[in-house]
Design a protein around this ligand. Sequence first.
Ligand SMILES: Cc1cc2nc3c(=O)[nH]c(=O)nc-3n(C[C@H](O)[C@H](O)[C@H](O)COP(=O)(O)O)c2cc1C
Ligand SMILES: [Mn+2]
Length: 492
Amino acid sequence: MAATSIPTESTTRESKLTSRDLRGWMAAVDQIGELKQLDGADWDVEIGAVTEMGHHRGEQSKALLFDNIKGYPPGYRVLSNTLNTTKRLAVTLGMPTDYTRLEFVRKIKDRITNVKYIKPEVVKDGPVMENVFRGKDINMWKFPTPKWHELDGGRYIGTGSVDITRDPDEGWVNLGTYRVMIHDEDTLGFYISPGKHGRIMREKHFAKGEVCKVAVSFGQDPLIFLAGGVEVPRGLSEYDWIGGLQGSPVQVIEGEYTGLPFPASAEIVIEGDAMPGEERDEGPFGEWTGYYASARRPEPIIKVKRLYHRNNPIILGAPPTRPPCEFNYMRCFVRSALLWQQLEAAGIPDVRGVWCHEAGGSRLLNVVAIKQRYTGHARQAGMVAAYCHTGAYLGRYTIVVDDDIDPTNTNDVLWALSTRSDPEQDIEIVRRSWSGPLDPMIRKSDKKRHSSRAVIDACRPYEWIDEFPPVAESSPAVRKAMEEKWGKILSE
Ligand SMILES: Cc1cc2nc3c(=O)[nH]c(=O)nc-3n(C[C@H](O)[C@H](O)[C@H](O)COP(=O)(O)O)c2cc1C
Ligand SMILES: [Mn+2]
């Protein structure tokens, strides 16, 4: 398979190149006081449980850097809880840090709508090449890979990672965050849900009876992880999208074994082969819905042919847990922005806000706020939101609200739902929609692979909107006057 010019000896040496990378991100986050180092934790459940405790501290949480991990050399680290505060997310996106949730979603939407894509820059060398292993020298157990949750069926090195594949027909390169577990020294398991870009590419290779070449990066600039975990449109390489967002090309090395481009400043990268028909049991794994829904079952493997890592490598971990957690919290913002962008691209006028709620893992409970312009506008917005690329996979409820409702405010949304919808006429059910093994409402013994959607119109009925009872709250003018007159006393 490998061309004869490819070296076969493993090597170790010092770094030469520097670029936007995980360490630069850690330094920036440390500067704003949001990085915490913990020494001596055990890879076996402890790192995962502490990460989970971090998740539930929400905006007060810190990024967690685990070092001196039991049984591993100092410097072999795990970083978790990276993108679960608005501040850290803003730093990652190079944006100001003082927005409200909804303003932040709107700003991200504007960024991704107006972005000019920038292709990656191919470089010959980079920090990830400090240590190179080939053939029998490859040992995936050399890293302090956590067993994240107590009931996990293995140690998952790939959670905050990106799996890199190429479409055999169209040639474009996809980056997707698809979980990766270690089977043995040179064998990994990777689970990709039906319909995801990496899955379609893998299936195209397998259908031709060909090997699907894969590169995986297990630690890199969190912006790359962010892009890998959300629905960047098909045909557009996440590299180009990231380049656009950061305003400079991602520096990539074309792997000697696969030719696939991987980040030059990544912490740990592998290249390998997935073969048609070669599978091993994968899972279970604590998933973003908050359950272990997909059973242990055969899934494709990657035979690792090359392993590269920086000195003192850092695994970027992003284990899902019962929501809200980092995994879906960062995605609430980015996915909401993408959904908003796609609604506008589909021609839905006057979208005023979107929130893919954290309780639904940013997929199961999505809210769209509109300024109603015509009869049917709300249904149209709801249907498109439920079925566009960003909203379609494993959705459940889409709620459409008026523009006086802040979709990021749960009480506001539940108030609109309770008072502006009539179940008999305002809930549309769409059957046989895109789901998958991770859906906790699909019984494991069931052959069924789809689920239904409810689109709930919780807007004031448009045809008698002028008759709808007025809201029992002070008008802005009265509120302003009272604030001036009494506000000071109230806040004393
Ligand atoms: C931390 C994390 C873990 C994920 N794990 C998986 C996974 O194991 N399998 C999967 O199909 N999708 C997983 N996802 C969701 C995909 O990354 C997401 O749907 C993304 O859009 C896939 O890329 P694609 O649109 O290029 O297919 C995960 C996302 C995140 C953020
Ligand atoms: Mn993609």
